[in-house]
Unconditional design. Structure first.
Length: 362
């Protein structure tokens, strides 16, 4: 389906956009730094890749089903953490200097996870980042049969307990992207298809090569090297690994777009009454702002508002940029209430309960 044009209020209507740009330039110039990854980022990526690869190697040489499953699941979890710390930045062209190198990195890191990085980046960068929490434009909040996550979506009794079962849905997100979303995008069933991603025969070849390589690496190779393992055990390890890796990441980010935020329907004239920068404050939040360790471990996903305001900057800068965000929010009287993890969890649960009961968020 084709979506009509949607426009935010022009940034020239407020000095906010210029203030964010100038503050970033001043921050980088003062430090003599750049917006991309640095040596520490490369080292972290190398350590995660080595740890994930070692766990996978141990799985392929495991004696016994229990050891195999434990090593295999650990490998997928570590490789998901690698993706969180590299693929996410690469999708915003914030890891390497060139788009080509970022695409290569994303392809390599995504391979053990199974997702197509080009389609994922299009959904994430073009639809979610540009139009967070806007009906039909943010594909992350599209209506589904099991989760009601916007006040304008139809109510049903089946949502009443969504605050209890949402972790299962979070765990199924990665497998669903692999085997449903990616194929729906590829077959032209979603708005992503209108963007011309992986067009033509070359696009088909790259898409199928990625899916085939994932299948070979994560299923065929263990099946070949461990003939006594059993197909059921292998499939169990694959499903469990994907689900735990998915849960670990989705649980970190879902609440950032649910915790005391706003949702929007498209106005009749297609124009929103605020700027894009203001929209980020209305639809997202930061948590564990003062924890450098949190940011380093989860690729800056905890500083989610900061990321939405500075998507083209590597996450290593987010702890300091969050200070700029807080200061400018106060200066321009914008809502900025950084949460700790417990507060985020409570706000997330409160939101899901309210949505499940059919009311607006409290």
């Amino acid at each position: 389906m084709s979506l009509p044009a949607l426009r935010f209020r022009h940034p020239a209507s407020t000095p906010l956009a210029a203030a964010f740009r100038d503050e970033l330039q001043h921050y980088l110039a003062q430090r003599g730094d750049h917006r991309l990854a640095d040596g520490g980022s490369y080292l972290k990526a190398l350590l995660l890749a080595t740890a994930g690869g070692s766990a996978y190697w141990a799985a392929l040489h495991a004696h016994g089903a229990t050891t195999f499953v434990a090593c295999y699941v650990l490998a997928l979890w570590l490789l998901m953490m690698l993706a969180v710390n590299t693929l996410h930045d690469a999708s915003h062209h914030a890891f390497f200097q060139t788009r080509a190198m970022n695409r290569v990195l994303a392809r390599l890191v995504a391979l053990p996870l199974g997702i197509d990085p080009d389609y994922w980046a299009e959904r994430h960068v073009h639809f979610h980042h540009r139009f967070a929490n806007i009906e039909h434009y943010d594909l992350d909040i599209e209506p589904n049969a099991l989760l009601r996550q916007a006040p304008f979506q139809p109510q049903s009794a089946r949502y009443r307990y969504q605050h209890l079962y949402w972790p299962l849905l979070a765990a199924l997100s990665l497998p669903y992207i692999n085997w449903v979303f990616d194929w729906a995008d590829r077959l032209g069933r979603t708005p992503v298809a209108q963007r011309g991603v992986l067009a033509g025969a070359r696009g088909w070849a790259l898409f199928l090569a990625g899916k085939g390589a994932h299948f070979a690496l994560m299923l065929w190779l263990p099946w070949q090297l461990l003939p006594g393992l059993g197909t059921g055990t292998l499939l169990l390890a694959y499903a469990l690994g994907q689900m735990l890796a998915s849960l670990a990441v989705v649980a970190l980010i879902l609440g950032t777009h649910w915790a005391d935020v706003r949702f929007y329907r498209v106005p009749a004239d297609g124009r929103l009454p605020h700027t894009w920068h203001e929209h980020a404050f209305y639809t997202c939040c930061d948590w564990n702002v003062s924890s450098w360790l949190s940011c380093a471990c989860v690729g800056g996903l905890n500083l989610h508002l900061t990321h939405h305001l500075y998507p083209g900057v590597n996450h290593r800068h987010y702890p300091r940029l969050a200070q700029i965000v807080a200061r400018l929010a106060q200066q321009y009287r914008l809502p900025y209430q950084p949460l700790n993890w417990r507060q985020l969890w409570r706000a997330q649960q409160r939101f899901l309960r309210e949505m499940g009961r059919g009311g607006p968020p409290a």
